[in-house]
Design a protein around this ligand. Structure first.
Ligand SMILES: [Zn+2]
Length: 67
């Protein structure tokens, strides 16, 4: 069985196993319904990071369902 991690619908951060709340946006909705991953190493040099408004390195989901 493959466990799907939660991703934050606000900042798109993919959360650690067993974590169901984003440390950056605790009030944001988290969802297991997300698509695609991107690893951001240098947010200020990445077009995707700009588009997703990512300002910290990490693993992010490209699309997160808001429901
Ligand atoms: Zn977040």
């Amino acid at each position: 069985m493959v466990k799907i991690p939660f991703a934050c619908s606000d900042c798109h951060l993919v959360l650690e196993d067993g974590v169901d709340m984003c440390s950056r946006c605790p009030t944001a909705h988290v969802s297991t319904d997300h698509q695609g991953y991107v690893i951001i190493m240098s947010p200020n040099r990445s077009e995707i990071a700009k588009r997703l408004k990512i300002d910290r390195p990490g693993k992010y989901a490209l699309k997160v369902s808001n429901r």
